[in-house]
Design a binder for this molecule. Sequence first.
Ligand code: ZN
Length: 325
Amino acid sequence: MNGPVFENTLKQSRAFALVDKDMRLGLGHAYMVVSPDDDTVRDFFTLVAATVFCTTHRACMECAECHKVLTGNHPDVFNVNTAGEKIKVGEIKDMISSVSIKSLTGRKIYFVHRADLMTADAQNKLLKTLEEPPEGVTIFLGVANESGLLDTVKSRCRKVYMDIFDRETVYDALIALNCDGESAAIAAACCEGQLGKARRIAFSHEYTEYYSDALSLLENLKKSPDVLPVSGTQSLKKNPGDFLKILTVAVRDLLSAKMGNPLFFDGETSARINRISETFSVRALALTVGLINEAQEKLFYGVNAAAVTDSLLFSVLEVKHKWQS
Ligand SMILES: [Zn+2]
């Protein structure tokens, strides 16, 4: 039986350690699990439910209780708003009447997905139940955006902030999913520490292409006449916003190579990164990261993309020549 996608990584997370400790000492009434990464919150909820009901309390993913949780058939596990849409007061009323029904096992767990999408009415309706649910009931709110919740709701919940996973942890987690090394390395660098986002990036392969294009760009940018052909790079034209994100990753990797830090890539790409890094000084690379940030900001404010990228490329060339050592 397959458990949550990132079961092992989540079992090592600080967020899980916090809830796991409470499970041993006695779960509280209400928690809010905060993360912009819905997929990870979903995985986390499954892991929590399996841990609570597992016959070994270790989320073995093999016993009959874990099996019921994983197939969505556990009678004491309730998921509200799995679609992650706006939650109206009617849905919360239904949930509250279900909460008051006694369970056979003496424990019931409710997971409200994207609870930050509850209307104010729905949140007000839930307040009393959050504060004083019937014995044995615990409510978990999945929250992508804390500002969507009323202070009165927030103050009744124990806050659990999902970890922002480091690049190495994400890389290992993706490799464990049989992702290829290159896609894993790129996804781990671009996912902002979010496992679900990393998985989407790693298996779309679009970013792998962007990364390779980013290296080519840095490789071919030698003189002013190179700017025009380089600015025609397909992925840069197609999606300048994402491309600049990946370009930052590539430049940071060149910096790592210069500093002698280990790279996440295997043979060929690693050799390529090392080769390109020799054509830039550390200072030029550091300044390039700043220039890309500025360009991203301009894009964000709606400045014409072609103008932004052309000016970026000229500026990169300038720092490359100005700071040769
Ligand atoms: Zn089990």
